[in-house]
Design a protein around this ligand. Structure first.
Ligand SMILES: [Zn+2]
Length: 70
C-alpha cells in the first residue's frame, strides 16, 4: 500500500498549515475562524512606508474568529 493520495487543491483561506501571524486572533485551522483582510495594511501586505506588514507577515490577511459570540 504505497499509493499516493491525489493532491487536493488547498483552499488558501482555510489552510491549516498556514504560518500563523501576529495578527491572528486564533490559530490557523480553528473551526469557526476565517481569514480576513488585515486592517493594518489593508490587505496589501505592506505598509504605506513600503515595509512589510508585521501584523500579517506580509500576507495581507489575518485569521479572526467568526460566527458571532463576541
Ligand atoms: Zn497586514
Amino acid at each position: 500500500m504505497s499509493e499516493e493520495k491525489p493532491r487536493t487543491p488547498r483552499d488558501e483561506a482555510s489552510d491549516p498549515e498556514r504560518a500563523p501571524t501576529p495578527g491572528d486572533e486564533v490559530e490557523p485551522g480553528t473551526q469557526g475562524a476565517a481569514e480576513t483582510v488585515c486592517d493594518v495594511c489593508g490587505g496589501n501586505g505592506r505598509l504605506e512606508n513600503g515595509e512589510g506588514c508585521s501584523n500579517c507577515n506580509g500576507t495581507g490577511v489575518v485569521i479572526k474568529a467568526v460566527g458571532g459570540g463576541g
